[in-house]
Design a protein around this ligand. Structure first.
Ligand SMILES: [Zn+2]
Length: 277
């Protein structure tokens, strides 16, 4: 399989070109990045569809429930149908899971509840950990779980701090970690600073030990100017930072987070702003 193509200019309302409610980018035949149109919701979250031989994972379902406004189910069904013409598999399954349970990541779930061969993972910590088989380790913090898509084994790590249900999904096949709202080029809202710091350190260890190259989060809010974001609620983004973050950027965010001392307020850095409750 070729490397991931993550060189994308997303339509974020600034180009004058009509923006689809769901943008689709095939980073690789088995790896699709979707983005909810900013016109349908200012959060404009990214969703990920990872395809294995037996089943696929849809990570997050977007910020809008109404299929007429945000046809995420129809889009995913089309992508799965295309995949299955090339890779037929009877009873091919779909797992719908979430980077965390905030509304802008789970609102589209309702569109999948009646879908055949589909599991929609619940929204509380117990449901998430039970589904992925996340068991606490001896120190009570560092357990991990997994999800086998068929020829594609994902590791699932709890990374609380933004939200108690936050997980990271590590895909060794693409040297990628999906980080949700814990790490992305934008406003990192921290609910529990000690947990957030431990989670960033855990991501750093994973990246180092597993040779991860790409860290893909769930939003872009930074502009293409260092330290300048598009304010919350913006309905267009004129110039955006790239979605993928590098291991070096993670290291910088770890240092940045440490430098805040956990002091409540807004701390602005080149690649992220850290907002501590
Ligand atoms: Zn979010």
């Amino acid at each position: 399989m070729p490397a991931l193509d993550l060189d994308v200019v997303w339509n974020s309302g600034a180009s004058g070109v009509p923006e689809p409610p769901v943008q689709v980018h095939r980073a690789r035949a088995d790896t699709v990045v979707l983005r909810q149109g900013i016109a349908t919701h200012f959060e404009a979250p990214f969703l990920y569809l990872l395809l294995g031989s037996r089943r696929a994972l849809l990570l997050d379902t977007g910020a809008v429930a109404d299929p007429a406004a945000f046809p995420v189910r129809e889009t995913v069904d089309g992508l799965l149908a295309e995949w299955l013409t090339e890779h037929p598999h009877p009873g091919y399954g779909l797992v719908v899971a979430h980077t965390h349970a905030h509304g802008d990541h789970v609102a589209g779930d309702a569109q999948f509840h009646d879908r055949p061969s589909t599991v929609v993972v619940g929204h509380d910590v117990a449901a998430v950990h039970a589904f992925f088989g996340i068991e606490p380790s001896a120190d009570g913090r560092n357990g991990s779980g997994r999800l086998d898509l068929g020829g594609r084994d994902l590791a699932v790590l709890p990374i609380p701090g933004h939200h108690p249900t936050s997980i990271a999904v590590h895909d060794p096949a693409t040297r990628t970690v999906l980080t949700g709202d814990t790490l992305y080029p934008g406003r990192l809202y921290v609910d529990d600073f000690p947990a957030f710091s431990r989670s960033l350190a855990r991501l750093q260890r994973l990246v180092r030990d597993a040779g991860v190259e790409h860290l893909l989060g769930a939003h872009v809010e930074m502009s293409d100017v260092a330290g300048v974001d598009h304010p919350r609620g913006s309905t267009r983004h004129d110039g955006e930072a790239p979605l993928p973050m590098t291991p070096a950027q993670l290291d910088a965010v770890v240092a940045a987070a440490a430098s805040t001392g956990g002091v409540p307020g807004r701390h602005v850095f080149d690649d992220v702003a850290i907002w501590i409750d």
